[in-house]
Design a protein around this ligand. Structure first.
Ligand code: DP6
Length: 355
Protein backbone atom coordinates (compact mmCIF):
# COMPACT_ATOMS: atom_id res chain seq x y z
CA UNK A 1 0.00 0.00 0.00
CA UNK A 2 1.33 3.39 -0.95
CA UNK A 3 1.50 5.98 1.79
CA UNK A 4 -1.47 8.34 2.17
CA UNK A 5 -1.25 11.25 4.55
CA UNK A 6 -4.47 12.92 5.62
CA UNK A 7 -5.78 15.84 7.71
CA UNK A 8 -9.31 17.05 8.47
CA UNK A 9 -10.17 20.47 9.88
CA UNK A 10 -13.16 22.74 10.22
CA UNK A 11 -13.24 26.52 9.78
CA UNK A 12 -15.89 29.10 10.66
CA UNK A 13 -17.76 31.79 8.72
CA UNK A 14 -17.12 35.43 9.59
CA UNK A 15 -19.33 38.47 9.07
CA UNK A 16 -17.62 41.85 8.76
CA UNK A 17 -18.77 44.78 10.85
CA UNK A 18 -16.23 47.08 9.15
CA UNK A 19 -16.31 46.01 5.53
CA UNK A 20 -13.48 45.03 3.22
CA UNK A 21 -14.27 46.42 -0.24
CA UNK A 22 -11.53 47.26 -2.72
CA UNK A 23 -8.11 45.87 -3.60
CA UNK A 24 -4.84 47.64 -4.18
CA UNK A 25 -3.35 44.41 -5.61
CA UNK A 26 -5.72 41.85 -7.05
CA UNK A 27 -3.20 39.01 -7.46
CA UNK A 28 -1.91 39.07 -3.90
CA UNK A 29 -5.37 40.21 -2.70
CA UNK A 30 -4.20 43.26 -0.81
CA UNK A 31 -7.07 45.46 0.40
CA UNK A 32 -7.46 49.23 0.18
CA UNK A 33 -8.59 49.34 3.82
CA UNK A 34 -8.48 47.37 7.04
CA UNK A 35 -11.62 45.50 8.10
CA UNK A 36 -13.02 43.81 11.19
CA UNK A 37 -15.32 40.85 11.62
CA UNK A 38 -17.07 38.59 14.08
CA UNK A 39 -16.58 34.84 13.69
CA UNK A 40 -19.80 32.81 13.92
CA UNK A 41 -20.32 29.56 15.77
CA UNK A 42 -19.25 26.44 13.93
CA UNK A 43 -22.30 24.62 15.31
CA UNK A 44 -24.36 26.36 12.68
CA UNK A 45 -21.99 27.48 9.97
CA UNK A 46 -18.70 25.89 9.08
CA UNK A 47 -16.70 24.23 6.34
CA UNK A 48 -15.14 20.83 6.96
CA UNK A 49 -12.21 19.96 4.72
CA UNK A 50 -10.22 16.77 4.37
CA UNK A 51 -6.97 16.71 2.42
CA UNK A 52 -5.10 13.59 1.39
CA UNK A 53 -1.64 13.53 -0.15
CA UNK A 54 -0.15 10.51 -1.87
CA UNK A 55 2.62 9.84 -4.41
CA UNK A 56 0.12 7.61 -6.24
CA UNK A 57 -2.27 10.50 -7.08
CA UNK A 58 -1.75 11.75 -10.62
CA UNK A 59 -2.92 15.38 -10.03
CA UNK A 60 -4.53 17.77 -7.56
CA UNK A 61 -8.29 17.26 -7.34
CA UNK A 62 -11.07 19.04 -5.43
CA UNK A 63 -14.64 18.14 -4.48
CA UNK A 64 -16.99 20.84 -3.17
CA UNK A 65 -20.05 19.44 -1.42
CA UNK A 66 -19.49 16.18 -3.28
CA UNK A 67 -19.16 17.63 -6.80
CA UNK A 68 -15.75 17.69 -8.46
CA UNK A 69 -14.40 21.10 -9.52
CA UNK A 70 -11.54 21.83 -11.88
CA UNK A 71 -8.61 22.88 -9.66
CA UNK A 72 -6.55 24.33 -12.50
CA UNK A 73 -9.44 26.64 -13.49
CA UNK A 74 -9.08 28.56 -10.22
CA UNK A 75 -5.93 30.67 -10.09
CA UNK A 76 -6.63 31.49 -6.45
CA UNK A 77 -6.90 27.86 -5.46
CA UNK A 78 -3.67 27.04 -7.27
CA UNK A 79 -2.01 30.07 -5.59
CA UNK A 80 -3.11 28.99 -2.11
CA UNK A 81 -1.96 25.37 -2.58
CA UNK A 82 1.34 26.46 -4.16
CA UNK A 83 2.06 28.89 -1.32
CA UNK A 84 1.40 26.18 1.31
CA UNK A 85 3.63 23.76 -0.62
CA UNK A 86 6.43 26.31 -0.63
CA UNK A 87 6.21 26.54 3.18
CA UNK A 88 6.27 22.73 3.39
CA UNK A 89 9.36 22.64 1.18
CA UNK A 90 11.14 24.82 3.76
CA UNK A 91 10.24 22.29 6.47
CA UNK A 92 11.60 19.47 4.31
CA UNK A 93 14.82 21.39 3.69
CA UNK A 94 15.40 21.69 7.43
CA UNK A 95 14.44 18.10 8.31
CA UNK A 96 16.14 15.84 5.82
CA UNK A 97 14.11 12.79 6.93
CA UNK A 98 10.75 14.58 6.39
CA UNK A 99 8.25 12.94 4.02
CA UNK A 100 8.38 14.85 0.68
CA UNK A 101 4.71 15.89 0.94
CA UNK A 102 5.42 19.13 -0.93
CA UNK A 103 5.92 17.08 -4.08
CA UNK A 104 2.83 14.86 -3.83
CA UNK A 105 -0.52 15.68 -5.44
CA UNK A 106 -3.44 16.30 -3.05
CA UNK A 107 -7.11 15.39 -3.04
CA UNK A 108 -9.28 17.98 -1.28
CA UNK A 109 -12.83 17.34 -0.16
CA UNK A 110 -14.76 20.26 1.31
CA UNK A 111 -18.29 20.44 2.70
CA UNK A 112 -20.38 23.21 4.24
CA UNK A 113 -22.98 22.50 6.92
CA UNK A 114 -25.10 25.35 5.56
CA UNK A 115 -26.74 25.75 2.16
CA UNK A 116 -24.19 27.31 -0.19
CA UNK A 117 -27.15 28.88 -1.95
CA UNK A 118 -27.96 30.86 1.20
CA UNK A 119 -25.50 33.44 -0.05
CA UNK A 120 -23.34 33.31 3.05
CA UNK A 121 -19.63 33.85 2.76
CA UNK A 122 -18.68 30.30 1.87
CA UNK A 123 -15.40 31.35 0.26
CA UNK A 124 -14.18 32.69 3.61
CA UNK A 125 -14.69 29.49 5.58
CA UNK A 126 -13.73 27.46 2.50
CA UNK A 127 -10.28 28.96 2.01
CA UNK A 128 -9.64 29.14 5.76
CA UNK A 129 -10.41 25.42 5.99
CA UNK A 130 -8.24 24.64 2.96
CA UNK A 131 -5.24 26.49 4.37
CA UNK A 132 -5.72 25.11 7.89
CA UNK A 133 -5.96 21.58 6.49
CA UNK A 134 -2.81 22.05 4.41
CA UNK A 135 -1.03 23.50 7.46
CA UNK A 136 -2.06 20.48 9.55
CA UNK A 137 -1.10 17.99 6.83
CA UNK A 138 2.23 19.69 6.16
CA UNK A 139 2.91 20.32 9.88
CA UNK A 140 3.70 23.93 9.14
CA UNK A 141 5.26 25.88 12.02
CA UNK A 142 3.62 29.20 11.07
CA UNK A 143 1.22 31.00 13.44
CA UNK A 144 -2.46 31.54 12.57
CA UNK A 145 -1.69 35.16 11.60
CA UNK A 146 1.10 34.03 9.29
CA UNK A 147 -1.18 31.40 7.77
CA UNK A 148 -3.90 34.04 7.31
CA UNK A 149 -1.68 35.51 4.57
CA UNK A 150 -2.02 32.23 2.67
CA UNK A 151 -5.81 32.14 3.16
CA UNK A 152 -5.90 35.76 1.96
CA UNK A 153 -4.57 34.84 -1.50
CA UNK A 154 -7.56 32.50 -1.85
CA UNK A 155 -10.18 35.07 -0.85
CA UNK A 156 -9.57 38.27 1.10
CA UNK A 157 -12.21 37.74 3.76
CA UNK A 158 -10.91 34.19 4.37
CA UNK A 159 -7.91 35.51 6.31
CA UNK A 160 -10.33 36.60 9.07
CA UNK A 161 -11.79 33.07 9.36
CA UNK A 162 -8.43 31.79 10.65
CA UNK A 163 -9.49 32.98 14.12
CA UNK A 164 -12.53 32.78 16.35
CA UNK A 165 -13.91 35.80 18.22
CA UNK A 166 -13.30 39.32 16.88
CA UNK A 167 -10.76 39.60 14.11
CA UNK A 168 -9.09 42.53 12.35
CA UNK A 169 -7.54 42.23 8.91
CA UNK A 170 -4.77 44.80 8.92
CA UNK A 171 -4.52 46.19 5.40
CA UNK A 172 -0.74 46.64 5.64
CA UNK A 173 1.45 48.79 3.39
CA UNK A 174 4.08 46.39 2.02
CA UNK A 175 3.93 45.68 -1.72
CA UNK A 176 4.59 41.96 -1.14
CA UNK A 177 1.64 41.63 1.27
CA UNK A 178 3.85 40.52 4.17
CA UNK A 179 2.02 42.84 6.62
CA UNK A 180 -1.50 42.26 5.28
CA UNK A 181 -2.81 39.71 7.74
CA UNK A 182 -5.45 38.89 10.32
CA UNK A 183 -5.05 39.38 14.06
CA UNK A 184 -7.43 38.44 16.83
CA UNK A 185 -8.81 41.49 18.63
CA UNK A 186 -10.63 39.46 21.32
CA UNK A 187 -11.33 35.77 21.64
CA UNK A 188 -14.66 33.95 21.61
CA UNK A 189 -15.09 34.12 25.38
CA UNK A 190 -14.88 37.92 25.47
CA UNK A 191 -18.54 38.79 24.83
CA UNK A 192 -20.71 35.68 25.15
CA UNK A 193 -23.96 37.69 25.28
CA UNK A 194 -23.48 38.88 21.70
CA UNK A 195 -25.47 36.87 19.18
CA UNK A 196 -26.10 36.87 15.45
CA UNK A 197 -29.25 36.03 13.54
CA UNK A 198 -29.19 35.39 9.82
CA UNK A 199 -32.23 36.34 7.78
CA UNK A 200 -32.11 34.69 4.37
CA UNK A 201 -33.94 37.08 2.08
CA UNK A 202 -33.01 35.29 -1.11
CA UNK A 203 -31.07 32.14 -1.82
CA UNK A 204 -30.29 33.12 -5.41
CA UNK A 205 -26.68 33.50 -6.45
CA UNK A 206 -25.56 37.13 -6.39
CA UNK A 207 -25.58 38.98 -9.71
CA UNK A 208 -22.26 40.79 -9.27
CA UNK A 209 -19.50 38.87 -7.46
CA UNK A 210 -17.61 40.65 -4.67
CA UNK A 211 -14.41 40.36 -6.69
CA UNK A 212 -15.87 42.02 -9.80
CA UNK A 213 -17.96 44.53 -7.84
CA UNK A 214 -15.13 45.90 -5.73
CA UNK A 215 -12.91 46.22 -8.78
CA UNK A 216 -15.51 48.42 -10.54
CA UNK A 217 -15.95 50.44 -7.34
CA UNK A 218 -12.21 51.16 -7.13
CA UNK A 219 -12.22 52.25 -10.77
CA UNK A 220 -15.35 54.40 -10.81
CA UNK A 221 -16.63 55.55 -7.41
CA UNK A 222 -15.83 59.10 -6.30
CA UNK A 223 -17.06 58.40 -2.77
CA UNK A 224 -14.84 55.36 -2.35
CA UNK A 225 -11.45 57.10 -1.80
CA UNK A 226 -13.11 59.26 0.85
CA UNK A 227 -14.33 56.16 2.67
CA UNK A 228 -10.87 54.59 2.58
CA UNK A 229 -9.02 57.73 3.63
CA UNK A 230 -11.31 59.61 5.97
CA UNK A 231 -13.78 57.10 7.41
CA UNK A 232 -12.48 53.56 7.88
CA UNK A 233 -9.34 54.27 9.97
CA UNK A 234 -11.38 56.07 12.66
CA UNK A 235 -14.07 53.42 12.57
CA UNK A 236 -11.55 50.61 13.00
CA UNK A 237 -10.32 52.26 16.20
CA UNK A 238 -13.78 53.08 17.51
CA UNK A 239 -14.97 49.53 16.77
CA UNK A 240 -12.07 47.94 18.63
CA UNK A 241 -12.75 50.19 21.62
CA UNK A 242 -16.48 49.31 21.56
CA UNK A 243 -15.61 45.60 21.48
CA UNK A 244 -13.03 45.94 24.28
CA UNK A 245 -15.63 47.73 26.43
CA UNK A 246 -18.52 45.48 25.33
CA UNK A 247 -20.36 48.67 24.41
CA UNK A 248 -23.20 47.26 22.32
CA UNK A 249 -24.81 50.60 21.38
CA UNK A 250 -21.57 51.87 19.83
CA UNK A 251 -20.77 48.49 18.24
CA UNK A 252 -24.26 48.42 16.69
CA UNK A 253 -24.24 52.01 15.42
CA UNK A 254 -20.82 51.57 13.79
CA UNK A 255 -21.88 48.24 12.26
CA UNK A 256 -25.00 49.74 10.66
CA UNK A 257 -23.19 52.88 9.51
CA UNK A 258 -20.44 50.87 7.89
CA UNK A 259 -22.86 48.53 6.15
CA UNK A 260 -24.81 51.56 4.89
CA UNK A 261 -21.68 53.26 3.62
CA UNK A 262 -20.48 50.12 1.86
CA UNK A 263 -23.82 49.88 0.04
CA UNK A 264 -23.76 53.62 -0.70
CA UNK A 265 -20.36 53.17 -2.32
CA UNK A 266 -21.80 50.27 -4.35
CA UNK A 267 -24.58 52.56 -5.59
CA UNK A 268 -21.97 55.20 -6.42
CA UNK A 269 -20.16 52.62 -8.58
CA UNK A 270 -20.76 53.00 -12.28
CA UNK A 271 -22.72 51.08 -13.48
CA UNK A 272 -24.30 51.00 -10.01
CA UNK A 273 -24.41 47.84 -7.94
CA UNK A 274 -27.35 47.25 -5.63
CA UNK A 275 -27.06 44.20 -3.45
CA UNK A 276 -29.89 45.04 -1.06
CA UNK A 277 -33.48 44.60 -2.23
CA UNK A 278 -36.80 45.93 -0.89
CA UNK A 279 -36.99 43.23 1.77
CA UNK A 280 -33.43 44.03 2.93
CA UNK A 281 -34.39 47.70 3.23
CA UNK A 282 -37.58 46.83 5.14
CA UNK A 283 -35.54 44.76 7.59
CA UNK A 284 -33.16 47.71 8.14
CA UNK A 285 -36.15 50.01 8.73
CA UNK A 286 -37.65 47.52 11.19
CA UNK A 287 -34.38 47.41 13.16
CA UNK A 288 -34.41 51.20 13.46
CA UNK A 289 -38.11 51.11 14.48
CA UNK A 290 -37.33 48.46 17.11
CA UNK A 291 -34.45 50.52 18.47
CA UNK A 292 -36.68 53.61 18.63
CA UNK A 293 -39.44 51.65 20.37
CA UNK A 294 -37.15 50.28 23.09
CA UNK A 295 -35.37 53.63 23.43
CA UNK A 296 -31.83 52.30 22.90
CA UNK A 297 -29.70 50.77 20.15
CA UNK A 298 -30.59 47.15 20.87
CA UNK A 299 -30.08 45.63 17.41
CA UNK A 300 -27.85 46.13 14.38
CA UNK A 301 -28.08 44.93 10.79
CA UNK A 302 -25.32 44.37 8.31
CA UNK A 303 -25.42 43.21 4.66
CA UNK A 304 -22.62 41.83 2.51
CA UNK A 305 -22.65 41.49 -1.28
CA UNK A 306 -26.24 40.22 -1.33
CA UNK A 307 -29.70 40.91 0.11
CA UNK A 308 -29.46 38.68 3.22
CA UNK A 309 -29.35 40.39 6.61
CA UNK A 310 -27.20 39.51 9.59
CA UNK A 311 -28.64 40.93 12.80
CA UNK A 312 -26.47 41.42 15.87
CA UNK A 313 -28.07 41.77 19.30
CA UNK A 314 -27.46 40.81 22.89
CA UNK A 315 -28.97 37.54 24.04
CA UNK A 316 -31.49 39.38 26.24
CA UNK A 317 -33.05 41.06 23.18
CA UNK A 318 -32.75 38.28 20.65
CA UNK A 319 -35.96 36.42 21.46
CA UNK A 320 -38.06 39.58 20.92
CA UNK A 321 -36.25 40.25 17.65
CA UNK A 322 -36.75 36.70 16.36
CA UNK A 323 -40.47 36.95 17.11
CA UNK A 324 -40.68 40.35 15.46
CA UNK A 325 -38.94 39.19 12.27
CA UNK A 326 -40.97 36.00 12.11
CA UNK A 327 -44.18 38.03 12.46
CA UNK A 328 -43.25 40.75 9.93
CA UNK A 329 -41.53 38.45 7.44
CA UNK A 330 -43.30 35.10 7.52
CA UNK A 331 -41.50 32.40 5.58
CA UNK A 332 -42.76 32.05 2.01
CA UNK A 333 -44.37 28.72 1.09
CA UNK A 334 -41.66 27.80 -1.38
CA UNK A 335 -38.63 28.59 0.78
CA UNK A 336 -36.39 25.76 1.84
CA UNK A 337 -37.07 24.78 5.46
CA UNK A 338 -33.60 25.86 6.53
CA UNK A 339 -33.66 29.13 4.61
CA UNK A 340 -34.55 31.09 7.74
CA UNK A 341 -32.62 30.31 10.85
CA UNK A 342 -35.20 30.69 13.59
CA UNK A 343 -32.73 30.32 16.42
CA UNK A 344 -30.17 32.92 17.26
CA UNK A 345 -26.74 31.65 16.49
CA UNK A 346 -24.34 31.53 19.38
CA UNK A 347 -21.18 33.31 18.37
CA UNK A 348 -17.50 32.85 18.71
CA UNK A 349 -16.30 29.43 17.97
CA UNK A 350 -12.66 28.71 18.41
CA UNK A 351 -10.42 29.00 15.36
CA UNK A 352 -10.23 26.27 12.77
CA UNK A 353 -9.81 23.05 14.70
CA UNK A 354 -8.02 19.94 13.61
CA UNK A 355 -10.46 17.04 13.53
C1 DP6 B 1 -18.82 42.43 1.20
O1 DP6 B 1 -13.48 38.20 0.36
O2 DP6 B 1 -15.44 37.54 -1.09
O3 DP6 B 1 -18.26 40.37 2.24
O4 DP6 B 1 -11.15 38.88 -1.88
O5 DP6 B 1 -12.32 39.03 -4.07
O6 DP6 B 1 -12.49 36.93 -2.70
P1 DP6 B 1 -12.34 38.45 -2.69
O7 DP6 B 1 -13.64 39.04 -2.01
P2 DP6 B 1 -14.43 38.56 -0.72
O8 DP6 B 1 -15.18 39.93 -0.36
C2 DP6 B 1 -15.98 40.07 0.77
C3 DP6 B 1 -16.65 41.39 0.74
C4 DP6 B 1 -17.71 41.59 1.80
C5 DP6 B 1 -17.16 42.39 2.99
C6 DP6 B 1 -16.29 41.66 3.97
O9 DP6 B 1 -16.43 40.44 4.17
O10 DP6 B 1 -15.46 42.34 4.60
Amino acid sequence: MAAVFEATVTAPVNIAVIKYWGKRDSTLILPTNSSLSVTLSQDHLRTRTTIRASPTFDRDRLWLNGAEEDVSASKRLVNAITTARRLRAEVEKQQTDAVPLSQWPVHVSSENNFPTAAGLASSASGYAALVSALAALFELPQSASELSRVARVGSGSACRSMFGGFVAWQAGVAADGSDSLAVQVADHTHWPELQALILVVSDRKKTVSSTAGMQTTVETSALFPERVRAVVPGRMEAMQKAIAERDFATFAALTMQDSNQFHAVCLDTYPPISYMNDTSRSIAALVHAFNAAVGRTAAAYTYDAGPNAVIYALESDMRDLVELFAYCFPRAEDTAPDAFYPNPLGLFESPASVG
